[in-house]
Write a protein that binds this ligand. Sequence first.
Ligand code: SF4
Length: 330
Amino acid sequence: MSEVVYSIRDLVVEYQTRAGSMRAVDGVSLDIRRGEILGLVGESGCGKSTLGKAMMRMLSRNARIAKGELIFDGRDLVKASDEEMRQIRGGRIGMVFQDPMTSLNPTQRIIDHITETIQTHRPDATDEEARERAAFLVERLGIRKDRLDDYPHQLSGGMRQRVMIALALALDCDLVIADEPTTSLDVIVEAKFLDLLKELRDEFNLTIMMITHNIGVVAEVADRVAVMYAGEMVEVGDVYSVFEKPSHPYTEGLLKSVPNIAIDDEELYQMAGGPPNLMHPPTGCRFNPRCPYAMDICSREVPPRFEAHGDGGFAACWLRDPVRKEARDA
Ligand code: SF4
């Protein structure tokens, strides 16, 4: 198994609301491996963006890590000081958001963003060296180097996303967390951006965690997929194996909901019901009110992780319990 860059262990993130406390991430464990693109997928509100922010310790004021560990570079980031986290965010882990304008300074030219990043990371780099590196990076990302003198608002959405990736490459990041990076892009720009990510992963051995609600994006770009439902991780596995034979009924439903233009007059599948209120989640398996295969045990007991897909993959579903399977098959 490849080297683990970042390990999330039994993480619980709680939000304080007027109505009480709510667990947006509940007991999530996940390893991110060097050089992979991991797709983290689930419906809106399933906790995937909260998980990404918790990994960077960038949670909003009303949220807190109530339990668990975030192991990066041999230490637990839950215990890291604010100053240590600033250094990690500024040099080891990069983040690409849905709207890069929230991270780019509108009063600074693109060249200043990139050269500042390079010189903060490598204080010995001269202005000339930093400029050359910035030009190399933007050209590698398909942006003409004369656009380096532009301000963020002068670039298109797709270009701004690529600048964010250039910043991560300038830092030589161990990990890039991309939160819905393609949501604001049109389909053609999105396809180009996803191809570019794959090329960069191969060329720079980049490790990327791609958070998205769009399982089609995961199919396009990811090596492994992690599926979240109602704050919990329900299935993880190699993308080919999961897409060919999902082991969790929720993943199966997500895949069935993707429109297939190759089939005429196809009626689009819709999963029954909606995600639960996390203030009062269902007992047992949280998917049980919507699950077409629900059994008696499903509303009584939380399913543990059962091995699926090989290579450390799993599905948290009683259907994968080998003991029950034997009983069913007998
Ligand atoms: Fe469905 Fe039961 Fe599996 Fe949950 S544990 S996904 S309710 S079969």
